[in-house]
Design a protein around this ligand. Structure first.
Ligand code: NOJ
Ligand code: CA
Length: 551
């Protein structure tokens, strides 16, 4: 079937804001423009001392690999001292590297080694809660008043509740209950309430809440002074309790933090786990993630299967076979994304699209390699600062049926060790198999070694897409995005970035669409997965193809 569609009649018009430089934009670190991040779950990346757990030395050893892949920045999941009941998101000491990963000196060396290669590095900042084993919490739990009594959110009676929030009693000598932020082991830090309604609630500018802010900034300065380039911020939208709909209380905290960065560390940046760029960016963040949360447009690209039946993930080939009204299309993504992009741009920040992360099922769970390659092509040619989750570049699969590890639950299948070679433990570690952090190679035998230099492998395709992005400024963070073709009932998505036209056809049949007044400088694409042609405004893409033309 060949679909011919004229776009200049009744076509939807999207804009992505203006090119005007505003005040915030001038404060943006320039290196973000061409940044592509690589997320590392340190437990599972590379073990160099044979204890079965990844370590900092292992990350250092693999920096050249990451750079060659085309990623020039890192986000390391929490690597601080922790009882690891939530994989390190339960921090016991913010200023100490977990001994199982190495020492603070190793961290300093990792930062230096990144910089020596022109790479940047973020750690994971967990501002909303600590481990119940953190010194601040131990002190805060004491009956006798001390410096930390107000660091967490305590009621003033042993049997009081906090409406809408989980709380714990019966664990401390203090006569009160305390609020949790996530798991039971993670008491919420006190940034105050937007509208305190009880004696025990602090306001957001109260002495206690400001002391928590100061402690947070102190932790950030500690690592920034070591040379760190910034942070991925965990549950960034959750700091102030009983916040309003726009999260203005929490935004107040981050604007304050951003002021510190702009004044003292202008090259540092923060990316939020917020998922609403129209709140996070005006709230002080440089970047905000598109996340797999319920109702998000991003979810419809890759992981529609989690809630929807049938699976209409845009990049899934079979999702384009259904009857009209029951077919995948890009509009479900674009409706929210274009609004968010406009808002992010107006506030001087970026959206970060991800291939996945340590909380999502891996993209290869239900998608074949070609489907994933097309998804990568689009994710890495849209505006903003993209993130690649370790192992996605070789097509690692979600490991089904894993027992939970360190609070991972269903996320555990996404956190298995990186597969480097076809040798023992896939080159992850020399330890005996039963000592490994998690089993390696469950349900898939892909590896870097097997794909290196092999034309058409996931690794080489990922590399070629990233290299394309780096070679055209128009494909990087800043260039405007203009939608050229996107329709409810159609498979093709075509978009313009500066002087380039990108188009994808994830369906199993050749498609032709008309691009109105646009035409290519020459007929041949400058980049293609599959094949496409573009002549006299008629754009044809073979089944499951992506291509880029110069205009
Ligand atoms: C979000 C993190 O990504 C997740 O892994 C963690 O369990 C929670 N926040 C709690 O910190
Ligand atoms: Ca180790």
């Amino acid at each position: 079937m060949c679909v011919l569609h004229i776009i200049n009649e009744g076509r939807k018009v999207f804009g992505s804001g203006t090119n005007d430089m505003n005040e915030e934009e001038e404060d943006m670190p320039g290196w973000l423009k061409d940044a592509v991040f690589y997320e590392i779950y340190p437990q599972s990346f590379c073990d160099t001392n044979g204890d079965g757990i990844g370590d900092i030395e292992g990350i250092i050893e693999k920096l050249d690999y990451i750079k060659d892949l085309g990623c020039n920045a890192l986000w390391i999941n929490p690597c601080f001292d922790s009882p690891f009941k939530d994989a390190g998101y339960d921090v016991r000491d913010y200023k100490k590297i977990a001994p199982r990963y190495g020492t603070n000196d190793d961290a300093a060396r990792l930062i230096r080694e990144c910089h020596a290669r022109g790479m940047h590095i973020f750690f994971d900042l967990v501002p909303g809660h600590t481990s119940e084993e953190h010194e601040w919490f131990r002190e805060s739990s004491k009956a006798e008043k001390n410096e930390y009594s107000g660091r967490y959110i305590w009621t003033d009676m042993w049997l009081a509740g906090i409406p809408g929030h989980p709380y714990i009693g019966g664990e401390a000598e203090r006569n009160g209950t305390y609020m949790l932020n996530f798991f039971k082991c993670q008491p919420a830090l006190n940034y105050g309430f937007l509208h305190p309604t009880a004696r025990w609630m602090d306001g957001i500018h109260s002495e206690n809440a400001l002391a928590t802010r100061a402690a947070l900034k102190d932790v950030m300065r500690f690592w920034l002074d070591m040379g760190l380039d910034g942070f991925r911020v965990d549950m960034a939208n959750s700091l102030v309790k009983d916040d309003d709909e726009q999260k203005s209380g929490t935004q107040d905290v981050w604007r304050d933090v951003r002021k510190m960065l702009d004044e003292e560390y202008p090259d540092a940046a923060m990316v939020a786990e917020w998922g609403v760029p129209e709140e996070a960016i005006p709230g002080g963040f440089h970047m905000d993630f598109s996340l797999d949360w319920e109702g998000s447009g991003y979810k419809t690209l890759l992981r529609d299967y989690e809630k929807e039946d049938p699976d209409l993930s845009y990049f899934r080939k079979s999702a384009h076979d259904g009857a009209p009204g029951n077919r995948a299309n890009i509009m479900r993504f674009l409706k929210g994304y274009m609004e968010s992009l406009k808002a992010a741009k107006a506030a001087g920040g970026y959206i970060s699209l991800i291939t996945g992360n340590h909380d999502t099922p891996r993209i290869r769970r239900y998608m074949g390699e070609r489907e994933v390659a097309l998804a990568f092509a689009v994710i890495f040619t849209l505006p903003g600062v993209p993130f690649l989750y370790y192992g996605d570049e070789i097509g690692m699969k979600y490991a089904e049926g894993m027992a939970t590890k360190e609070g991972g639950y269903t996320r555990t299948g996404t956190r298995t060790p990186m597969q480097w070679t076809s040798g023992k433990n896939f080159g992850f570690s020399t330890a005996d198999a039963e000592k490994l952090y998690l089993p390696v190679g469950v349900g898939n035998d892909v590896s870097v070694e097997a794909e290196e230099g092999v034309e058409g492998s996931m690794l080489e395709i990922t590399r070629s897409i990233l290299s394309l992005r780096h070679s055209f400024e128009d494909l990087q963070a800043d260039a405007d995005l203009e939608i050229v073709y996107a329709e409810e009932e159609q498979s093709v998505f075509a978009y313009r970035r500066g002087n380039l036209l990108c188009a994808v056809n994830p369906s199993g049949t050749e498609q032709t669409v008309m691009t109105g007044t646009l035409s290519a400088a020459g007929g041949d694409p400058v980049f293609a997965i599959g094949s496409g042609s573009f002549k006299d405004s008629a754009l044809t893409l073979a089944a499951q193809s992506f291509a880029v033309w110069k205009l």
